[in-house]
Design a protein around this ligand. Structure first.
Ligand SMILES: C[S@@+](CC[C@H](N)C(=O)[O-])C[C@H]1O[C@@H](n2cnc3c(N)ncnc32)[C@H](O)[C@@H]1O
Length: 276
């Protein structure tokens, strides 16, 4: 195999691993029960209106795509993980939303240049491992004058800190893969999008999460439902001491964030206009 063929094969294997990880547990329950407010917040920030052609990248089960379709957008929900798209399709039917669902890698979007009026991603594209490649794709498929909208967990916020807490227990990331919470830094995203966009607006906000009254409730829910957490626990399953240490660290993190039965999870909401 040539070096390029080797690299392509390695990327295919990495994406297959990611697909498997996101299909573990019950991510749609996380979207529905914990972070449902994020999708509508992103759709509102992107000012999606009737007739807009909208692409939701790394859409999962449609947290942002379904509200965008209900706002009148002509929406494509795309994601690496077909299991999540299947759940989204059903949920959309139940909510009376009409949109299309398409399996796609954020780093190689199967759409022509300038196809969409709005290209958005809700805590989604941040999980594609090669940030510049993914950002280039977002820009490419957005029409000149169109809107790019990104909602990403910040490194300092609760989910950024959950990833930092899990890191010492996780297998090392593959070479070249960048940490997801970097997308929660405004300067990083500005650099990725570069001078291909104007009118960048960014603000840090938080989503209130009040479904966990005890730190352990949060930890057990994420251990059962959230693919990245399940994957880290699986990697240390044969080591009871490390498992107990991670249990304690996640409970500490949640305990430090809980105030009167609720937590605030910080994210960066950034919108930009495609040049042209
Ligand atoms: C935290 S979920 C967010 C899903 C949804 N946007 C939401 O707000 O609930 C992250 C999503 O990123 C998707 N994903 C991860 N890597 C991807 C990639 N390279 N291309 C497309 N989707 C990807 C996963 O399948 C998963 O659906």
């Amino acid at each position: 195999m040539t070096e390029t063929a080797d690299a392509r094969e390695a990327d295919r294997a990495l994406k297959a691993k990611h697909r498997t990880m996101w299909a573990l547990g019950d991510y749609p329950a996380v979207a529905r029960q914990v972070v449902a407010a994020l999708g509508p917040a992103l759709v509102e920030a992107c000012a999606v209106k009737a007739g807009d052609r909208v692409l939701d990248v790394a859409a999962g089960s449609g947290n942002a795509s379904i509200p965008a379709a209900l706002a009148g957008g002509d929406v494509v929900a795309s994601d690496l993980t077909p299991e999540l798209l299947a759940v989204g399709r059903k949920e959309a039917e139940e909510r009376g939303a009409v949109l299309s669902w398409q399996e796609a890698d954020a780093e190689a979007l199967p759409f022509d240049d300038g196809t969409f009026d709005v290209v958005m991603s809700c805590v989604g594209v941040m999980f594609a491992p090669h940030h510049q490649t993914a950002a280039d794709e977002l820009v490419r498929v957005c029409r000149p004058g169109g809107t790019i909208g990104l909602l990403s967990w910040t490194p300092e916020g609760f989910i950024g800190q959950m990833f930092a807490t899990m890191k010492p227990y996780a297998p090392p990331p593959p070479p070249g893969a960048q940490p997801p919470p970097l997308w929660g830094r405004e300067e990083h995203v500005r650099e990725l999008l570069g001078d291909r966009v104007t009118d960048v607006e960014a603000r840090r906000q938080s989503v209130r999460v009040d479904m966990f009254s005890e730190p352990e409730d949060f930890r057990e829910f994420f251990k059962a439902a959230y693919g990245p957490t399940i994957t880290v626990y699986r990697s240390i399953a044969d080591d009871p001491e490390r498992t107990a240490a991670l249990d304690a660290a996640l409970a500490d993190l949640a305990g430090g964030a809980l105030r009167d039965g609720a937590m605030e999870w910080e994210y960066l909401l950034l919108t930009a206009r495609r040049n042209g």
